[in-house]
Design a binder for this molecule. Structure first.
Ligand code: MG
Length: 451
């Protein structure tokens, strides 16, 4: 059972909703009380660049201090920077990030962080939700309220990233990088990171602005046309785009071609397995087969999880995976942090290009080509869908929905965790076959739901 279904507060990525409507100040205060009661120690709080983020951050801080815990206010920063700070500082018992990541501007969200820097697991989110609903959180007397102090951990984060790569090797190449932070939280760290790596950084959309005046915060191909143009015009070696809280990074090669997120995941997974002489790579069932192909060839193994980054991180920890990530630009580098990290993604991709002496397009060309197609079908009855799928595909993998493998492709049919829809994905090396599989998936979902 996935959280985030109808009537649930916590979704696959903490609590999300339209600010001052679905996600209110009152909720933020009580969520602050919940994490303070659960973690009972100093809590770090940070926020992205959204217009409603200072409001919600203040409310979370009010809640935490009213429950008797101290707060370190880290201000505006990427989600992984907050997570890294919580991980490194042993006296910090947890974190709260106010962010709606890639969602449109009217949204905001609240995400809880464990003391090792990972996101809360589903069980922890459920425990939090129970406490929130039953109002069993703590409120302390006037003379026991927590105090708030401010700290800036951006330098610590940037240096933490640089430590994990061969800085001099990258700097020798003097790469020209066009960086598109999308007016999000990455603006306060990624330009400096690139300069410190000895790159020529050309920044676009590089001032934090919660109206997101230039593009939608999701760094998918359709939203980064300006970046593509800039890479071509400036003859850059690479282009990079972040989402709103910079835990994701997507890439454009030196020809101005968008490199699909699955291909980037495969490039890095291949590299990690090669460097480690094998090992486990963890990724959700929705990831392209190209990842498995290259990992296997390099002598490693892919372990699939349900969709969502907390379960990827949890599984990576359990299995001591060498690498992990999602096919949406969210890559996880376990030597740094068990969470998606946009800045680490930039540094590692540049390091790989420098090590191999290859352009990004050349690294991408080494990955097998697949055609991946997606569709949505309205679905109000998730249980009916899942039961129908079990009957239709008894041999499928039910890690998250049903993933059915064929000799020449696969399909994944799963109810969305956040919307009343069924998501269908189909993949094959042949476009015709991928289309055929997708059509079949759509038909089956309709048949199950109309039966
Ligand atoms: Mg994000």
């Amino acid at each position: 059972m996935r959280i985030g279904g109808a009537g649930k507060l916590f979704g696959t990525d903490g609590v999300r909703g339209v600010a001052n409507d679905e996600l209110t100040v009152e909720m933020a205060v009580n969520l602050g009380r919940v994490i303070a009661t659960l973690r009972d120690g100093t809590i770090a709080v940070g926020m992205d660049a959204r217009l409603s983020s200072p409001m919600l951050k203040s409310a979370v801080i009010a809640g935490i201090t009213s429950a008797g815990c101290d707060v370190v206010d880290l201000g505006l920063l990427p989600t992984p920077a907050l997570q890294y700070y919580v991980k490194c500082r042993k006296d910090i018992k947890g974190g709260v990030m106010v962010t709606a990541s890639h969602n449109p501007r009217e949204y905001n969200g609240i995400k809880f962080i464990q003391e090792d820097g990972r996101e809360f697991t589903r069980d922890m989110d459920e425990e939090s939700e129970k406490m929130y609903m039953s109002k069993t959180y703590r409120i302390v007397p006037w003379n026991s309220v927590g105090i708030v102090y401010r700290e800036d951990c951006k330098r610590m984060y940037i240096e933490g990233v640089i430590e994990k790569v061969d800085r001099d090797l990258i700097a020798e190449k003097s790469y020209r990088v066009v960086l598109d932070c999308g007016n999000g939280a990455g603006c306060v760290t990624s330009p400096e990171l690139l300069r410190k790596l000895g790159c020529k950084c050309i920044s676009i959309n590089s001032h934090p602005d919660g109206t997101f005046p230039c593009r939608n915060p999701e760094p998918v191909k359709e939203n980064v046309e300006f970046l593509i143009k800039c890479v071509k015009n400036s003859k850059a070696d690479i282009g990079v785009a972040h989402d709103g809280d910079a835990d994701r990074a997507t890439f454009v090669d030196e020809r101005g071609e968008f490199v699909s997120e699955d291909v980037m995941l495969a490039i890095m997974a291949k590299h990690y397995v090669e460097e480690n002489g094998g090992g486990i790579v963890v990724t959700p069932v929705s990831s392209s087969k190209c990842v498995e192909d290259v990992v296997r060839e390099a002598g490693g193994e892919v372990v699939y999880t349900a969709v969502g980054s907390p379960v990827v991180a949890e599984t990576m920890l359990k299995l001591k995976a060498v690498f992990g990530g999602e096919g949406n630009g969210g890559l996880v580098f376990p030597e740094h942090l068990l969470a998606r990290d946009g800045a680490m993604s930039i540094a590692k991709v540049l390091e790989l290009m420098a090590k191999k002496g290859k352009k990004l397009s050349e690294l991408a060309a080494e990955i097998p080509k697949y055609v991946t197609l997606k569709a949505k079908v309205p679905c109000k009855d998730k249980i009916k869908l899942l039961e129908g799928l079990k009957e239709a595909f008894p041999e499928a993998d039910f890690t998250d929905g049903a993933r059915v493998e064929y000799e020449d492709g696969w399909i994944l049919i799963r109810p969305s965790g956040t919307e009343p829809i069924a998501r269908i994905m189909a993949e094959s090396k042949s476009e015709r076959r991928a289309k055929e599989l997708l059509e079949m998936g759509i038909e089956i979902v309709k048949k199950i739901l109309n039966s």
